[in-house]
Design a binder for this molecule. Structure first.
Ligand code: KG4
Ligand code: ZN
Length: 334
């Protein structure tokens, strides 16, 4: 079964053709990031306009690269939640139009579920159940993936998402949006023990995260030093901050795995590209005898291949929408 998948939840317009949820035949991503960099973050109004401009050529290119016409497509999957509402609406309305004109079924797909599904592409043997750490620019969740379309949130952030904290700390150090990627690179040359930063915990909720205090601590460190005319070693600040964030993520994730008796661990979302997070979990899982899976780095950020993968499992579970499908800025992964 071949699915044409469409993604437009944030600042990437993407389309892909995916066969049976696992085999990516084509995947096209048009990123708007260079334009949003000028403003230090995603400007929703600009994002919607750029999606509207890009959607037709991006879908056309995905079909061309797959060497397939719409006749050869069996269903159309589209990200309908969560995300920027104006951005989501471009993909949803386009997919609705395509479904109506071709008669192909329309499969609404949740963005975070798709991030998890990026693992099905990179790890062909991976099957639920497993425990997944979903870390993106907008979310930080520990999710029990009981089946492809059955999930339960075990823990989540009470304030900032991990990606958001990375981006804000990076911005304070003068890195351009989305700074998490550059911060990760610069941190490779720094000492993670150079600055002592807090590891916030949420009382009575051992699997929940809180990154806003940690973010404020690093921002205060940078500002206070600047006021005193002290020049901080940037790689050391990046390494110390990255270590603190990863430490919080890994500690809670491994505790949840132990408490719930799960031995298959998976990571997903933009922050799953973080080098320290990948290294640390690889090591810890090898030591503890857990199976560990991560998406290929190229599939960590937003793309439509992962939508085509999750869309396949949504279709199999009977999740098919009519042309009254709407987009939603927020929606639980459950
Ligand atoms: O999943 P994603 O592409 O978009 C959302 O659904 O939010 O995640 C984007 C986030 C950004 O905050 C970005 O800085 C972060 O993922 N990110 C990273 C790395 N690569 C991307 N954060 C830390 N280290 C990285 N290597
Ligand atoms: Zn995402």
């Amino acid at each position: 079964m071949k699915i044409l998948a469409i993604e437009s939840s944030c600042d990437e317009t993407a389309a892909a053709v995916v066969e049976n949820g696992r085999n990516v035949i084509s995947s096209v991503v048009a990123s708007q990031v260079e334009e949003h960099k000028l403003y230090g973050g995603v400007v929703p109004e600009i994002a919607s306009r750029r999606h509207a401009e890009a959607i037709v050529p991006v879908v056309r290119q995905a079909l061309e690269e797959a060497n397939i016409s719409l006749d050869g497509i069996d269903a159309i999957a589209v990200t309908y939640a969560p995300g920027l509402i104006g951005a989501l609406l471009v993909g949803v309305n386009f997919a609705k139009g395509l479904s109506l004109s071709t008669g192909k079924p329309l499969v609404p797909t949740h963005h975070l579920r798709s991030h998890i599904a990026s693992n099905y592409i990179s790890n062909p043997d991976l099957k639920p159940p497993f425990l997944c750490l979903v870390v993106s620019g907008g979310h930080s969740h520990i999710v029990m993936v009981e089946d492809y379309t059955k999930m339960k949130i075990i823990g989540k952030t009470r304030d900032d998402a991990a990606g958001e904290a990375f981006d804000k700390a990076a911005r304070t150090m003068g890195m351009s949006y989305p700074g998490g990627i550059e911060l990760d690179k610069v941190a490779e040359d720094g000492d993670p023990f150079a600055f002592k930063l807090p590891r916030p915990v949420v009382h009575d909720a051992p699997y929940d995260f809180s990154f806003s205090g940690l973010k404020t601590a690093v921002i205060n460190l940078i500002h206070n030093s600047a006021q005193k005319g002290i020049e901080l070693n940037k790689p050391d600040v990046c390494a110390s901050f990255r270590y603190a964030v990863v430490d919080c993520l890994v500690t809670n994730f491994l505790k949840a795995a132990e408490d719930y008796g799960v031995n298959k661990l998976v990571i997903a979302g933009g922050v799953s590209a973080n080098s320290l997070l990948r290294r640390t979990l690889r090591e810890k899982c090898d030591e503890s005898g857990y199976e560990f899976y991560m998406p290929d780095k190229s599939l960590c950020g937003d793309n439509a291949a992962m939508v085509g993968s999750q869309g396949y499992y949504e279709f199999l579970s009977g999740n098919i929408a009519g042309t009254d499908l709407n987009a939603y800025a927020t929606m639980s992964i459950e």
